[in-house]
Design a protein around this ligand. Structure first.
Ligand SMILES: *[C@@H]1O[C@H](CO)[C@@H](O)[C@H](O)[C@H]1NC(C)=O
Ligand SMILES: *[C@@H]1O[C@H](CO)[C@@H](O)[C@H](O)[C@H]1NC(C)=O
Ligand SMILES: *[C@@H]1O[C@H](CO)[C@@H](O)[C@H](O)[C@H]1NC(C)=O
Ligand SMILES: *[C@@H]1O[C@H](CO)[C@@H](O)[C@H](O)[C@H]1NC(C)=O
Length: 957
C-alpha cells in the first residue's frame, strides 16, 4: 500500500491526492463506516494504548441511555457511571473477557438481563450502587468466578434468589446496604459465600438479627455492618462469628434488646461502632462489656454530652482500647476526671463538638497519646491541656476560634510532627510560639487573619517540610523570615494579597521544591531574578492569577527566572484582567530544565521566535485562550522533546505550523475550540507518536478534503480522536451543523478501474508533455494559467454582481503579510475603522471559517470597493505572487478602475521590484503611499490614504 500511495502523490495536486488516498484506504476497509474497530469511541475516552494491559475506557457523565457499543475487547476497566442507563441487555457487555473493573453506579438501572455478565469471567470488581434494581435473580452473576468486590448498595432490592450468589466463589466484599430486604432471612445467601469477609447490610429495615436466621455453623466473616437498621433484637446463640473483627451497629434507632449468650462469641472483635444506638446507658455499658479484652477501636458519636461522658468512663476501662472517637456529641467542656481511665489511648477524636473549655490536666495521664483532634469546636485559645504532651505527633486545632498562639501554648511538644491551626481567626503568633517544635514537619496556618509572618519562624521548626499559609492577608514577604527552615520543601501562599517580595525573602530555603504564590497581587517588578536566587532545588513555581504584565516583547535586561536552573514546572496562566499582554522574548531564560509550562489566558497575541530557545527540555506547553492566530512554526522549532501541546481556543485556523516546526514527539495535541477546517494526511503523518487528539468544537469543512481524516480517525489503532462523533460541519453552509462523520464520502470515490487506467495514461502523457513545456515555456504557462483563472473568476463575479444590485460590503480589503500584522492592528485599523469610519475586511477577522482560503480572499477583494496592499519585503516574497492575488488580478489591475492602493511599509529599491514586474509598472503609472520613517509625523500619510479611499465612482455609504 505504501508504494501505491506515494507514487501518485508526485503528480496529483493536493485535493486529488487526498481523494486518491482515501480511495485506496476505502478499498482496504471495504467501505465500512461504523465505529467498530478503531480507537476513537463514541461517548468514551480511552486511557492507555490499545494493546496495553491497562486499557481503561471512561464513559461517565455522558447522559448515556444505553451501554455504549464497540468497547475494545482488551479493556481492563470500564466506567459508565453517572448516566441514564435503565437496562443492561444480555449482549451489551459480551466481548469484554478481559474486563476486571466495571462501574455502572449512579444510573437508573431497573433490570439487568440474565446472563448479561456471563462473558466477564475476569471481572474482579463490579459496582452497581445507586440504581433501581429490585431483585437479584438466579442467573445474574453466572460465570463471575473471580469477582472479589460487589457493590449493590442504594438500590431497591427486596428479593435475592437463593442461588444468585453461588457463582461468586471469590467474593470478599459485598455491600447490600440501603436496600429493601426487611428480613435478615432474605440476606442469608450473602452470609454463605465461602470467601466472604466483609458484608454491609445496613439500612435495610431489619427488625431483628438472630444468628439462627443466618447460619448455625461458624462463618468466615471479618466485618459486618448492620448500621441504620431498626433492630429490636440482636440475639447471638451460637459461635458463628469466630473471625469477626469489625462490627458496625451505628444509628440503630429503636430500643434494641441485646442478647449475646456468651461473651466469647465476639472474642476477636477489635473495631466497634455503636454511635447513637438506642439503649439505656446501663445497657449500653453492658453491651460494651461484651467486648472487653479485645476492643481497640471504638466510635461513640451522636449520644449527647451526658451519655457520651458516662460511656467514656466504662469504655476506657477496656484496657485494650487505644482509639476513641467522640465526634458530634455536643460536648461543651471536658476535664481530667472524665478521662481519667483513658491512660492507654493513642488516638482521641473530639471533633465536631462545642468545646470551649478543656481543663488543664485533661490529657495528662495519657502518656501514649499520639493523635488528638479538636477540630470544629469553639475553642478561643490553644488549650493549656496540650502542653508538655511529648508523645503527641498529630494535633488538629482547625476550625476553632483561636485568635493568637502565644509562646507558652505549644510548650514541650517536642514530638509533634503535624500541626493544623487552619481556619481560625488567628491574627498573631508570638515570636517564640513554635520554638519547642523541633520535629514538626507540617504546619498549616491557612485561612486565618495573618497580616505578616515576620518573626514567626525564628526559633524551632528546623525540621519543617511543609508550610501552608494560604488564604491569609499577607501583603509583603520580608527578607530572611524563613531563614531557619533548612528542610522546608513546600511553601504555600495562595490567595493572599502579596505584592512585595523583599530581596532575600526566600533566603535559606535551599531545599525548597514547590513555591506556590498563586492568586496574589504580584507584578513584573515583584518577581525579580534576585528574589528567586538561592533556590537551587526549586522544581515548581506557581504564579497564576497574579498581575504580571509586560509592555513589549523585547528582551528583558534581567530575566526573572534566570537563577531557577532546576525548575520543572512554571505555572503562569491568567494574569490580571488585562493579562500579561506580551511574552518577553527571554522570559524563560535560565530554565534549562523546564519540562512543563502553563501559560493560558494571558492575553498575548504573538510569541517571539526566541521564546523557547532557552528551554530545550520542555515537554508540555499550554497556551490556551490566547489569541495566537498567526503563530509561526519557527517558535516551536527548538522544542525537540515536546510531547503535549495544548492550544485550546486560540483562534488557529490550521495546524500547519506544527508540521513545519518538526516537533514529531508529540503524543497529546489538544486544540479544541479553534477554527481548524481541514486535517490532512501530512499532519497526521508528521506525528507518528500521537495518541490523543482533541479537535472538538472546530469548524470543519465537510467536503472531500476531510475524507481521509475521517477514515483515519475512525479506523486507526494508535491515536484516539476524542468525541469524534460530535464534530460538526461549518462549511459548506448547507451542511452547517450536521455531523462530520455523516459526510457522504462515497461521492469522493470515482470508479476504481477506470481511474487507475485514466490516471496511468494521463500520468505518462503528462510527464512527457510537462517536461517538454517546462523546458521551453515555463513562465508563459504559469502566467497564462493564472490569467485564465482570473478571467473566469472575473466573469463569474460580474455575473453575480449584475444579478444583485451592486453594493459593496466593505470599503477596503486589506492584504498583508502576517509579519506586518502588528502594524495593521495597532496603526491602520484604529485609524481607518476607528477614526475615519471605513469598513475594512481583514482575513483573520472577517473570513468565513471552514471555507477555502482562496475563495475567502478573492471574495473579500470582490466585495470591497478598494484593496489596500501593505507592502513590505515579506509581502512581496509571499503574498504578492500568491494564487489569491493572481486570481483576483482582473479586478485589481484593471487600469480603468482605480481599485488598488499600495502602501509601502519600508523602502524598497526599484531594482528589488524587478522580479515583480507588474508592481514595477504599477508604481510607474500610479501614485503610491509610503509609511513615514520613525519620528516623522504621520498626519499627511493618513490624509492621503483617506483621499485615496474617497476617490471613486460610487460614494461611501
Ligand atoms: C503496542 O503495539 C505497538 C506496535 O503495534 C508497539 O510498538 C508497542 O510497544 C506495543 N505496546 C505494548 C504495551 O505492548
Ligand atoms: C481468575 O483469577 C485467577 C487468580 O488470580 C487467575 O489465574 C485467572 O486467570 C483468573 N481468571 C480469569 C478468567 O481471568
Ligand atoms: C475488663 O476486664 C478487665 C480485666 O480483664 C477488668 O479489670 C475490667 O473491669 C473489665 N472492664 C469492663 C468494662 O468490664
Ligand atoms: C518542659 O519539659 C521539661 C523536661 O521535661 C521540664 O523541665 C520543663 O519544666 C517543661 N517546661 C514547661 C514550661 O513546662
Amino acid at each position: 500500500m505504501k508504494t501505491m500511495t506515494t507514487m501518485p502523490s508526485l503528480i496529483f495536486h493536493k485535493p486529488v491526492q487526498s481523494k486518491y488516498l482515501f480511495l485506496v484506504l476505502a478499498l482496504n476497509i471495504l467501505f465500512s463506516l461504523t465505529l467498530t474497530h478503531g480507537y476513537s469511541l463514541k461517548d468514551c475516552t480511552v486511557k492507555g494504548s490499545l494493546n496495553s494491559t491497562n486499557l481503561k475506557v471512561l464513559c461517565y457523565k455522558r447522559q448515556l441511555q444505553a451501554v455504549p457499543d464497540s468497547i475494545p475487547s482488551r479493556s481492563r476497566a470500564l466506567d459508565i457511571s453517572y448516566n441514564k442507563i435503565s437496562l443492561i441487555k444480555r449482549n451489551d457487555l459480551r466481548d469484554l473477557s478481559n474486563l476486571q473493573h466495571l462501574n455502572i453506579s449512579k444510573n437508573m438501572i431497573v433490570e439487568v438481563e440474565d446472563g448479561a455478565f456471563r462473558g466477564l469471567a475476569a471481572l474482579e470488581e463490579l459496582n452497581l450502587e445507586f440504581n433501581k434494581l429490585k431483585t437479584i435473580s438466579d442467573g445474574l452473576f453466572q460465570n463471575l468466578f473471580n469477582l472479589t468486590f460487589l457493590r449493590l448498595n442504594e438500590n431497591r432490592i427486596s428479593e435475592i434468589s437463593s442461588s444468585a450468589f453461588l457463582p461468586l466463589r471469590s467474593l470478599v466484599m459485598l455491600n447490600l446496604s440501603g436496600n429493601h430486604l426487611h428480613s435478615i432471612h432474605k440476606a442469608q445467601p450473602a452470609f454463605l459465600m465461602p470467601n466472604i469477609q466483609e458484608l454491609h447490610i445496613g439500612k435495610n429495615g431489619f427488625a431483628s438479627f438472630e444468628s439462627l436466621q443466618v447460619s448455625n455453623t461458624s462463618i468466615q466473616l471479618k466485618a459486618l455492618d448492620l448500621s441504620h437498621n431498626p433492630l429490636q433484637l440482636f440475639r447471638i446463640t451460637a459461635d458463628i462469628f469466630p473471625h469477626l473483627e469489625t462490627l458496625d451497629l451505628a444509628l440503630i434507632n429503636t430500643s434494641i434488646k441485646w442478647e449475646v449468650q456468651n461473651k466469647d462469641y465476639f472474642r476477636n472483635v477489635n473495631r466497634l461502632n455503636i454511635s447513637g444506638i438506642q439503649l439505656a446507658t446501663e445497657e449500653t455499658k453492658e453491651l460494651l462489656r461484651t467486648f472487653n479484652s479485645t476492643l481497640d477501636n471504638l466510635r461513640l458519636y451522636y449520644f449527647g454530652e451526658e451519655k457520651a461522658k458516662s460511656l467514656v468512663k466504662d469504655a476506657c476501662l477496656i484496657t485494650s482500647l487505644t482509639s476513641l472517637r467522640l465526634e458530634s456529641n455536643g460536648i461543651n467542656s471536658i476535664s481530667e476526671n472524665e478521662l481519667k481511665h483513658c491512660k492507654n489511648l493513642i488516638l482521641l477524636d473530639l471533633a465536631e463538638n462545642h468545646l470551649t473549655n478543656i481543663s488543664p490536666l485533661t490529657f495528662k495521664s495519657m502518656g501514649k497519646l499520639n493523635t488528638l483532634s479538636l477540630t470544629h469546636n469553639k475553642l478561643k485559645k490553644v488549650p493549656k491541656a496540650i502542653r508538655n504532651l511529648s508523645s503527641l505527633k498529630v494535633l488538629d486545632l482547625g476550625y476553632n476560634s483561636i485568635t493568637t498562639v502565644a509562646c507558652s501554648d505549644l510548650t514541650n511538644l517536642t514530638g509533634l510532627i503535624t500541626l493544623h491551626i487552619y481556619r481560625n481567626p488567628l491574627s498573631s503568633v508570638e515570636h517564640c510560639a513554635f520554638q519547642d517544635l523541633q520535629n514538626l514537619k507540617v504546619l498549616l496556618i491557612g485561612s486565618a487573619r495573618l497580616f505578616t509572618l515576620k518573626g514567626y519562624f525564628m526559633r524551632g521548626l528546623q525540621s519543617l517540610q511543609r508550610l501552608d499559609t494560604s488564604h491569609n492577608k499577607l501583603s509583603t514577604i520580608q527578607k530572611g523570615i524563613f531563614k531557619g527552615l533548612l528542610n522546608l520543601t513546600h511553601l504555600e501562599f495562595q490567595d493572599n494579597q502579596i505584592q512585595i517580595l523583599e530581596e532575600g525573602a526566600f533566603e535559606g530555603l535551599d531545599n525548597l521544591i514547590i513555591l506556590d504564590l498563586q492568586s496574589n497581587k504580584l507584578t513584573k517588578s515583584s518577581i525579580s531574578a534576585s528574589i528567586f536566587s538561592g533556590l537551587p532545588n526549586l522544581k515548581e513555581l506557581v504564579l497564576n492569577n497574579n498581575r504580571i504584565s509586560y509592555t513589549s516583547q523585547s528582551s528583558l535586561s534581567v530575566p526573572p527566572f534566570k537563577n531557577l536552573n532546576s525548575l520543572h514546572s512554571l505555572i503562569i496562566f491568567s494574569q490580571g484582567t488585562d493579562g500579561m499582554k506580551y511574552f518577553p522574548s527571554n522570559l524563560l531564560e535560565g530554565l534549562a530544565n523546564l519540562k512543563k509550562l502553563w501559560a493560558g489566558n494571558i492575553n498575548i497575541n504573538s510569541l517571539h521566535p526566541e521564546t523557547f530557545t532557552y528551554t530545550p527540555n520542555l515537554w508540555l506547553v499550554d497556551f490556551s485562550k490566547n489569541n495566537l492566530i498567526s503563530i509561526s512554526a519557527d517558535i516551536f522549532q527548538p522544542l525537540k522533546k515536546l510531547s503535549a501541546l495544548t492550544m485550546i481556543q486560540t483562534g488557529i485556523q490550521s495546524l500547519d505550523f506544527v508540521i513545519q516546526a518538526n516537533i514529531n514527539e508529540v503524543q497529546v495535541l489538544l486544540v479544541r475550540k479553534n477554527s481548524i477546517a481541514v486535517i490532512n494526511e501530512n499532519l497526521i503523518n508528521a506525528f507518528s507518536k500521537l495518541s490523543h487528539l482533541d479537535l472538538q468544537g472546530n469548524e470543519f469543512s465537510c467536503d472531500c478534503d476531510n475524507a481521509w481524516f475521517i477514515d483515519w480517525a475512525v479506523h486507526n489503532n494508535d491515536t484516539q480522536v476524542l468525541s469524534l462523533d460530535k464534530f460538526t460541519c461549518n462549511y459548506p453552509s448547507n451542511l452547517r451543523g450536521s455531523r462530520l462523520l455523516d459526510l457522504d464520502r462515497d461521492s469522493c470515490i470515482v470508479n476504481v478501474g477506470l481511474l487507475c487506467f485514466i490516471s496511468t495514461t494521463f500520468f505518462i502523457l503528462l510527464t512527457l508533455l510537462s517536461s517538454f513545456l517546462y523546458h521551453f515555456l515555463k513562465w508563459q504557462i504559469v502566467y497564462t494559467y493564472y490569467l485564465f483563472l482570473a478571467f473566469l473568476y472575473d466573469k463569474k463575479q460580474q455575473h453575480n454582481q449584475n444579478e444583485t444590485v451592486q453594493r459593496f460590503q466593505y470599503d477596503a480589503f486589506i492584504s498583508y503579510n502576517t509579519h506586518d500584522e502588528l502594524w495593521v492592528m495597532k496603526e491602520l485599523l484604529p485609524k481607518l475603522e476607528g477614526e475615519q469610519g471605513w469598513r475594512l475586511c481583514l482575513h483573520h477577522r472577517d473570513f468565513q471559517p471552514g471555507k477555502p482560503i482562496v475563495d475567502n480572499i478573492v471574495e473579500g477583494i470582490y466585495s470591497s470597493r478598494k484593496t489596500i496592499c501593505v507592502i513590505s519585503r515579506h509581502y512581496l516574497e509571499s503574498e504578492w505572487c500568491s494564487r489569491e492575488i493572481q486570481v483576483a488580478s482582473f479586478r485589481l489591475f484593471d487600469e480603468k478602475k482605480d481599485i488598488l492602493i499600495l502602501v509601502f511599509l519600508e523602502d524598497i529599491q526599484p531594482q528589488h521590484l524587478s522580479p515583480y514586474y507588474r508592481m514595477r509598472s504599477l508604481i510607474k503609472k500610479r501614485t503610491y503611499l509610503s509609511w513615514p520613517k520613525p519620528g516623522i509625523d504621520t498626519q499627511v500619510f493618513w490624509q492621503k490614504l483617506r483621499a485615496a479611499l474617497e476617490i471613486t465612482g460610487s460614494s461611501k455609504n
